[in-house]
Design a binder for this molecule. Structure first.
Ligand code: URP
Ligand code: ZN
Ligand code: ZN
Length: 466
């Protein structure tokens, strides 16, 4: 299959220019003005942007968590991704007790087989850090193609500080990267007890039980481990201004701390927990939503370079049936997580670029180029000759009102219900194949589940300054 995309504005992480893009098979073959290739499909992209497909490096497909399973499987989740202009996901592969990392990877790959509609990779999430598992980091980074490892400082499956140190040493030696869910377990445990004793158990109290300082303390501790081991770390789903200050301070001292934030922390605030009835449960996630001050600081962190990636933490639980199953009378029993993979690009464009909070080029960097570089996806993340033809032809003027019914995620709500965005994908290609298309009043999936591939990622480059 060959495609000639004519007359669009090609956007990279550093500039934009008018050009034609010629795709042959899986790859971008040529970029230039007035390209004269005979292609099977010719697309008129005048007035549109030609963007690299977004990469979402933080999804939880089918995550078993707090008595429920995240609702999207690899088919529904990657169809939704495609419709949102996300052409790769990196999904968390949470190790079960007793499993090796390879067993965990094979278990999740089996779930993905014949289902994935766009490319995917996996991050092992280490929850049973036996010596043989820490020894497996080398193979995971250098052979399995999964060089990034999530650890949790919180929840029942958290790792202790000594384990974190061992993992930082192992990843440094073998080209891996530790990703940290940073919240202080004991602060939260204590506040849970206090709130419980006062009968304060509504969704709003979820936020009170996990204050900014719980995130800041854990981030601070993680940076000390990095200092001790002269290694690197990546903080996932950064939410608070205080934790960001700690990262900034550490980076200013020369420590290699990378960070990701998510649209929900940039766009939504803790007042959502005060919505009538049990509605606040829709926003029960960890870390919780914060005040507007934190959101403003996170935008600044993105602009200033202290935050390098925007991901979604896509973890969809139904409002009816999951969120309310055990949690009606106790926020601690509400499955933590919210849907987001499909709304990533539209939100970052409409709320970020259109509102002047960041440039189009920066958006491409946070959603594609920087993500591909950090996570070793060497064929992804840029509109450039030789790269995979993961392309979004994006109409910056297309209006769309976000409603659950017009989205494809397999979940009964969206946190952005009723929000009008400006700018939507017109066409989405995954390795040269059309997977999604704007039609009437929404994006439709036109690809085939099973066409997505597992992406073997490169080890992390420790010579590249973080
Ligand atoms: O609330 C969240 N974030 N749920 C998903 C699991 C995690 O910690 O990322
Ligand atoms: Zn997490
Ligand atoms: Zn997560």
């Amino acid at each position: 299959m060959s495609v000639l995309i004519k007359g669009g504005q090609v956007v990279t992480s550093s500039n934009r220019y008018q050009a034609d893009v010629y795709v042959e098979g899986d790859k971008i073959k040529a970029i230039g003005t007035d390209l004269d290739y005979q292609a099977e499909e010719v697309v008129d992209a005048s007035g549109k942007y030609v963007l690299p497909g977004a990469i979402d490096p933080h999804t939880h497909i089918l995550l078993p968590f707090m008595g429920a399973h995240a609702k999207d499987d690899y088919e529904t989740g990657t169809i939704a991704a495609a419709c949102g202009g996300v052409t790769s996901i990196i999904d968390f592969d949470v190790q079960q007790k007793g499993e090796s990392l390879l067993d965990a990877l094979n278990r999740k790959k089996e779930l993905a087989r014949d289902k994935v509609a766009v490319d995917y990779s996996l991050h092992p999430a280490i929850t049973d850090p036996r010596a043989d598992v820490i020894a497996e980091v080398e193979k995971a980074a250098r052979e399995y193609g999964t060089p990034s490892f999530k650890i949790f400082m919180v929840y029942d499956f958290r790792v202790d500080d000594a384990t974190m140190i061992k993992l930082l040493q192992a990843t440094k030696k073998h080209g891996g990267l530790v990703q940290v869910h940073a919240e202080n377990f004991y602060i939260i445990q204590y506040l849970n007890e206090v709130l419980e004793s006062q009968g304060k158990l509504s969704p709003y109290h979820h936020a009170l039980s996990r204050p900014n300082i719980a995130e800041q303390e854990a981030v601070s501790r993680a940076t000390k481990m990095v200092e001790l081991t002269d290694s690197r770390i990546y903080i996932v789903h950064l939410s608070s201004k205080e934790a960001l200050w700690t990262i900034k301070e550490a980076r200013d001292r020369g420590l290699n701390i990378l960070a990701e934030t998510c649209p929900q922390y940039l766009l939504l605030n803790e007042d959502r927990y005060q919505e009538p009835g049990f509605n606040g449960a829709k926003y029960v996630m960890s870390p919780p939503l914060r005040t507007e001050e934190s959101s403003l600081a996170l935008w600044e962190g993105l602009r200033g370079g202290d935050v390098q990636v925007v991901a979604t933490d896509h973890c969809p639980f139904d409002f009816k049936g999951n969120k309310d199953m055990f949690g009606q009378n106790d926020y601690k029993k509400i499955p933590n997580g919210a849907p987001g993979v499909e709304t990533l690009l539209m939100l970052m464009h409409s709320e970020g670029v259109k509102k002047g909070r960041l440039s189009l080029e920066k958006m491409v960097d946070f959603l594609s180029t920087s993500t591909a570089r950090i996570f070793g996806m060497k064929d992804k993340g840029e509109i450039a000759a030789g790269k995979d033809a993961d392309i979004v032809v994006f109409d910056p003027g297309q209006k769309f009102t976000i409603t659950k019914d017009r989205l494809h995620m397999n979940v009964d709500y969206t946190p952005y219900e009723g929000l009008e965005v400006t700018g939507m994908p017109s066409l989405v290609y995954s390795r040269g194949k059309k997977v999604a298309k704007w039609q009437d009043d929404r994006v439709e999936f036109v690809g085939r589940p099973g066409n997505g591939r597992f992406v073997k990622r490169e080890p992390f480059d420790y010579t590249d300054p973080a």
